[in-house]
Design a protein around this ligand. Structure first.
Ligand code: SF4
Length: 368
């Protein structure tokens, strides 16, 4: 499928050479660039999806210490995997990575060295197959992520909306044409690096860009890429902070819900709880939602409290990191530290710890 509006004559060959030369001298020294291990490269590629390099580096290094091989990851407890991912968000990636490790171990501990083989593995989509295939195995596959789309849309001064699947398909064609088939690893990393450090979303550094001479969008770069805006939807929620001595009531998120497997404070439920003071307000974003989470102190209504006592059983006691059967428990500070919480709830725990250390002198605050 050739796109009529795409310029057919682009000086890809000379741009390729300039890009590779620039990358050789300007690339950042990142830990996953010092390895040829397909496992480590896969971990980095999956962590880097939707997450910035600076955030990923410490997670990547800690992950490889905890799970240095496919085998170590395949055999790890799910809780330990989620805990190691805590704070990176999009937790499905952690589960997919472990599912991938199990699949690789079933195949003898080696990843397949073909695009088809890679795409047949769980959790490997077109982007990851191209990134891992080219970087780890030298396969001539062009990557297309947000950075690459921005660079190519600007080089071509492309007016098509990049949120449309047809435009993405066409940009994939362009990326394939641009790819250096002799060194796809360097080429792919170079385009992504250019998008991350030079062809920035705002205020691109065109003066120092190796592609500036062939770039059609150079003097009007901020007009590209064209992308229809998806309006962020506002959402408000209230969570309940229920204390029993020094322990806090938390629930493990059941399967099928966002944050599945992680722990969190419960939603405030006026049928079962009585509401007290506002402790904090936290803003966070998840997919297309901009969420304002209000944390309030609460206690169980009398009837519920007596049911709780009756049904608490072993759940009322201490919980170990490996014991995740019950959905609701009172947790100590150490247990909350050991278990995985989503970022906004972790922020709330940290705020409450600071508040208790300062003798509850901190007022309720807005945390972002
Ligand atoms: Fe991006 Fe400017 Fe380079 Fe074009 S010249 S690719 S707009 S940084």
């Amino acid at each position: 499928m050739k796109m009529k509006s795409l310029p057919t004559k682009m000086p890809w060959r000379s741009l390729r050479g300039k890009l590779a030369k620039w990358y050789g001298s300007a690339k950042r020294d990142l830990p996953w660039r010092r390895t040829t291990d397909p496992y480590a490269i896969t971990v980095s590629e999956i962590m880097l999806q939707q997450t910035q390099v600076v955030t990923v580096v410490p997670y990547y290094e800690r992950w490889l210490k905890l799970f240095p091989t496919w085998e170590a990851l395949a055999c790890a407890k799910e809780h330990d995997v989620i805990k190691a991912w805590e704070g990176l968000g999009y937790y499905r990636r952690a589960r997919n990575l472990q599912a991938l490790a199990k699949a690789v171990m079933r195949e003898g501990g080696r990843m397949p060295r073909s695009e088809e083989g890679l795409r047949g593995l769980p959790g490997i989509g077109p982007y990851t197959a191209a990134a891992v295939g080219s970087i780890a195995f030298g396969l001539p596959l062009a990557v297309l992520d947000g950075n690459v789309m921005r660079v190519l849309a600007r080089v071509l001064a492309l007016r098509d909306d990049i949120s449309r699947p047809q435009t993405r398909a066409k940009l994939q064609e362009v990326a394939n044409d641009f790819l250096d088939k002799h060194d796809p690893s360097t080429h792919n990393q170079a385009v992504m690096e250019l998008g991350a450090t030079v062809c920035l979303p705002r205020k691109p550094l065109c003066l120092i860009c190796p592609l500036k001479e062939g770039c059609r969008g150079r003097d009007r770069a901020e007009e590209f890429p064209v992308k229809s805006r998806v309006a962020q939807m506002k959402h408000a929620e209230i969570v309940a902070i229920i204390k029993k001595g020094k322990r806090f009531y938390c629930e493990q998120v059941p399967e099928g819900k966002p944050w599945h497997g992680l722990w969190r404070f419960p939603d405030f439920d006026s049928a079962r709880m009585e509401r007290g003071e506002v402790i904090a307000r936290i803003k966070y974003g998840i997919t297309k939602y901009s969420v304002t989470m209000q944390a309030v102190s609460a206690k169980w209504k009398v009837a519920v409290a007596s049911q709780k006592v009756a049904s608490a059983g072993p759940c009322a006691g201490a919980v170990g990191a490996g014991d995740l059967q019950a959905t609701g428990r009172y947790l100590t500070a150490d247990e909350m530290h050991a278990l995985a919480f989503p970022a906004p709830h972790r922020k709330l725990i940290q705020f409450m710890q600071r508040r208790s250390m300062t003798g509850a002198l901190l007022p309720s605050v807005f945390l972002t």
